[in-house]
Each structure stands twice: as C-alpha cells, then as structure tokens.
Design a protein around this ligand. Structure first.
Ligand code: NAP
Length: 247
C-alpha cells in the first residue's frame, strides 16, 4: 500500500519550485493533493502532473495572505475530499534590501505571505485536524531564519517567526495528536535563488560543506518524511536541509 494512501494533503506555493516538487512527491506517495498558489495556470499544471503520478489532485488559485480566500479554499477541499491530514505551508517570497533602505511595503509583503500566510493556514486547517485527532503540519522556514542573512532582515525575521510559530503550535496541538515541524532549507535551485548574482553564488558555495546547492526534490523528500507515519514521534523539530550550511 502506498505510504500516504487515503491521506489528504494541502501544499501552498505549489505552482513551482519546492512546493511543486513537494506536491508531486506527496501525490506519488498516494496522497490526494490540493495544490495552491496565485498563478492559476501553473498550479493547474502541477495538479495535472500530480494526477499522472496516479493520485487525485485539485488546483486552487489563492493568495495565502488573504484569510477569507484561504478559508473558502480549505472548506472546498474538505467538502470534496472529506478530511485533511497534511498541511505544507510553503508559499514564500523575498523582497531583499539593506535595512536602512528597506521600505515598510517590502517588510509587510514578506511578513504577510511568509509568516501570516502560515499562521492563517494553521489556524484554518487545525480545526479539521483537531476533530480528526490527527494531522501533520510542515512549515517551510529557511537557513536565513536560523543564522540571519545580510540584505534579508525581513525574510530572516519571517522565517525565524516560522520557527517560533512551529514550536508553539507543536506544543499546543500535541495533545490533539497533531505533529508540527519545520524544514529549514539552505540554498535550493529554484526561481527564488536564480535571482542571485553569479558572484554571490561563488562566495556562497565554499560555505556549504556538501559543496553544492540543493534540489527542490531533496526538500520534498524531507517533507514526505515529516508527512508520513515514519515521523510520528517527532514534533516541534526544525530539520535542516542545507548541505551542512548552518552547522
Ligand atoms: P519559488 O520558486 O519562488 O516559489 C514560491 C512559491 O510560493 C510559488 O509557487 C508562488 O506561487 C508561491 N507564492 C508566493 N506568494 C504567494 C501567495 N501570496 N499566495 C500563494 N502562493 C504564493 O520559491 P521556492 O524556492 O520554491 O521557495 C519555496 C519556499 O521555500 C519558500 O517559503 C521559501 O522561502 C523557502 N526557501 C527557499 C529556499 C531556496 O533556496 N530556494 C531556501 C530556504 C527556504 P505564485 O507566484 O503562483 O503565487
């Protein structure tokens, strides 16, 4: 029987990058997977590819920073699939700038998507998980939230916030049979890191003990572990998938 047979998963930011590969990995493991993002066409493509992996998959256009939009989508998923077992809060953006130049708008946009979006996801989905007395929530943080990064004070603060959110909610929801964990990826090859200048990449590489950037599939496999029964005794953990960068 597939690892996640009859489980229902929601993945935010599933139109590309880590979220897309995560949705495909969950579908391949047998989960019915709801793929969420703002780009309708791309998120439909993810769901289409997920269906080819054999699973049932749904696509939703949604902005995770809008509570009512997200709530309506989750209600629809529950109505169609009848339960919610896995939530992956992956949607994220960067708006990099040095602190003295950073605008309030750049600060707010990053906080609204990365941190408030995850809060909304947990607040909405945990209602269903509490009723089921089971569930797995996986929040995508970042190495930047652990060790900081020049020019990313907004992003690093949002990701450090994700870690505090993860640990607090893990404590709150443990008695309800729900595990809440975070993953802190290092530098992963996606659209987000393709914006980095070549010289930045060259200075970063020697700092990564494993000597390379990671692949989105390598993060997806860590999500799969935290979404599966193999991790049933793990909660409030931050799993580093970073080639050793933060050690
Ligand atoms: P990406 O390729 O830029 O993808 C970001 C995803 O988030 C897209 O699917 C995007 O879809 C979605 N998204 C952004 N804002 C959204 C919103 N308001 N509502 C719904 N969806 C939204 O980035 P990635 O590298 O895969 O990053 C995924 C996650 O991993 C992020 O949380 C990121 O911070 C984290 N991370 C990445 C790295 C890395 O090196 N790549 C390292 C550490 C952590 P739409 O544009 O279609 O909405």
């Amino acid at each position: 029987m597939p690892l996640l047979d009859s489980k229902v998963a929601i993945v935010t930011g599933a139109s590309r990058g880590i979220g897309k590969d995560t949705a495909l990995a969950l579908a391949e493991a047998g989960a019915k997977t709801a793929c969420l993002a703002r780009n309708e066409e791309l998120v439909k493509q993810t769901a289409e590819e997920a269906r080819k992996k054999g699973g049932e998959a749904l696509a939703y256009k949604v902005d995770v920073s809008k509570f009512q939009e997200l709530e309506a989508v989750v209600e629809d998923i529950y109505g169609r699939l009848g339960r919610i077992d896995i939530l992956v809060n992956n949607a994220g953006i960067t708006r990099d700038n040095l602190i003295i130049r950073m605008t309030e708008e750049e600060w707010d946009q990053v906080m609204d998507t990365n941190l408030k979006g995850a809060f909304f996801g947990i607040k909405i989905v945990s209602r269903y998980m509490i009723k089921q007395r089971s569930g797995k929530i996986i929040n995508i943080a970042s190495v930047a939230g652990v060790v900081g990064n020049k020019g990313q004070s907004n992003y690093a603060a949002s990701k450090a916030g994700i870690i505090g959110l993860t640990k607090s909610v893990a404590k709150e929801l443990a008695p309800r049979g729900i595990q809440v964990n975070a993953i802190a990826p290092g530098f992963i090859t996606t659209d987000m890191t393709s914006k980095l200048k070549e010289e930045t990449k060259e200075t970063l590489l020697p700092q990564i003990p494993l000597g390379r950037f990671g692949l989105p599939q390598e993060v997806a496999r860590a999500v799969l572990f935290l979404a599966s029964p193999d991790s049933d005794y793990i909660t409030g953990h931050v799993l580093h998938v970073d080639g050793g960068l933060a050690m």
